[in-house]
Design a protein around this ligand. Structure first.
Ligand SMILES: NC(=O)c1ccc[n+]([C@@H]2O[C@H](COP(=O)([O-])OP(=O)(O)OC[C@H]3O[C@@H](n4cnc5c(N)ncnc54)[C@H](O)[C@@H]3O)[C@@H](O)[C@H]2O)c1
Length: 361
């Protein structure tokens, strides 16, 4: 079985968990599958994934071997395995709008990186897939990396909420389709995260004939992802992504949105939480004869392992799309693994059936 050659844009906490996670499973042997969503996808195991290129803008990371760079500040993902040097050095990418003004001192960017270097490195490393893990609000930078993927003939996974696979103008879906390159996105739906839990609860109301009259989801955490999201201007698409993921499970999705009866998004940065994310979900509705139903749920989870668990599945699903010469947005893969896919399934059971069908095709 051939290896899956992956490049990463944005070597932050998710990337650290992804790189360490692959090694974690490697060290435990092929038959150890605890914690994986899908142990085998089209004959590919997590241990078939190889990181062959990485891009960042932080002076703390650029030029270093990825095995060292992932432990540089401001990353806080703990060391869960010992990593040997990989020989893969972090290449500087273009900053564009990747670093918000309030994040300059935190990310410590170098402005030397150019998009041409990214394209060259993608080609030289023979990367098959580029994963975009830039900070929320990186609209221009995300499009630049998507353009680089197109130029270098690389498939693209968009882990964050800039709309590329679900681009409302249709431009990126068309471009990836024209080049017959797989495109998956947008915005990872974590393994057991706030979005899938919230969707499951609202799907339950629908299944049992109850109305959802008002709902909110508050999220707090203590890493750079949450610090970056302190400014409302960078949050526009994140709020859309998280809100649509929930309203799409309802029979009258517009109703509570129009009435302002739904509020979902990152709510604060609490440094001492580190990578622990805490989500509070509240739902109020009505059941039989109009009697009230109310749910309040609290979720506590390691935000980065929650993300990496999904990435290792998406990478393998995109690889089988490459093997089968399927290009353009991967509807079935995106619906199960992303918050804002090109097409939303009504609930995650349906999304899972689509994904299974795609894999077994
Ligand atoms: N559960 C999850 O963690 C989860 C779920 C869904 C989506 N996401 C999204 O995934 C993305 C990555 O999350 P994270 O926690 O790893 O973020 P992070 O803040 O730890 O890392 C972001 C990295 O991007 C780098 N960067 C900034 N501008 C860049 C540019 N122009 N080119 C290259 N690198 C650049 C930074 O230096 C940093 O290393 C975020 O947008 C996050 O919202 C995460």
């Amino acid at each position: 079985m051939s290896r899956i050659r992956v490049a990463i844009a944005g070597l932050g906490n998710c990337a650290s968990m992804l790189i360490q996670g692959i090694e974690y499973y490697k060290q435990r042997g092929e038959n150890y599958t605890e914690g994986l969503i899908t142990p085998v996808i089209g004959n590919y195991k997590i241990t078939d994934i190889e990181i062959v290129a990485a891009f960042d803008v932080s002076k703390n990371k650029v030029g270093k071997d990825i095995a060292e760079a992932i432990f540089e500040k401001p990353n806080i993902t703990p060391k869960i395995v010992n990593l040997d040097k990989t020989g893969v050095k972090v290449v500087a990418g273009p900053v564009l709008d990747g670093v918000a003004p309030h994040m300059v001192n935190v990310f410590n960017p170098t402005y030397e990186g150019k998009l041409e270097n990214v394209i060259e490195e993608l080609k030289n490393s023979k990367a098959e897939i580029l994963i975009n893990m830039l900070p929320v609000g990186s609209e221009k930078a995300t499009r630049a990396y998507a353009d680089a993927a197109l130029e270098a003939n690389t498939a693209f996974i968009n882990a964050m909420p800039v709309f590329i696979a679900s681009d409302p103008t249709g431009e990126y879906p068309r471009k990836f389709k024209e080049k017959n390159l797989p495109l998956a996105g947008d915005d990872i739906k974590s393994q057991v995260g706030a979005t899938i839990l919230h969707r499951t609860l609202t799907s339950l109301f629908r299944l049992r004939g109850a109305s959802v009259d008002e709902t909110y989801q508050l999220n707090v955490g203590g890493n750079t992802d949450f610090l970056n999201m302190k400014t409302e201007e960078r949050l526009h698409t994140k709020r859309i992504s998280k809100t649509k993921a929930v309203t799409s499970t309802l029979d009258n999705p517009d109703l509570i949105e129009k009435e302002g009866k739904i509020r979902i998004g990152p709510s604060d940065y609490i440094p001492f939480l580190g990578n622990t994310k805490v989500a509070y979900i509240y739902i109020k509705g009505k059941g039989f004869a109009g009697f009230p139903i109310r749910i309040e749920a609290m979720l506590e989870v390691d935000d980065k392992s929650d993300c990496a668990a999904v990435l290792v599945d998406v990478i393998r699903a995109v690889k089988i799309a490459l093997d089968r010469h399927i290009g353009g947005p991967l509807i079935e893969v995106s619906a199960f693994y992303f918050k804002h896919p090109p097409v939303q399934a009504k609930d995650d059971d349906e999304a899972y059936r689509w994904f299974k069908k795609f894999v077994e095709m």
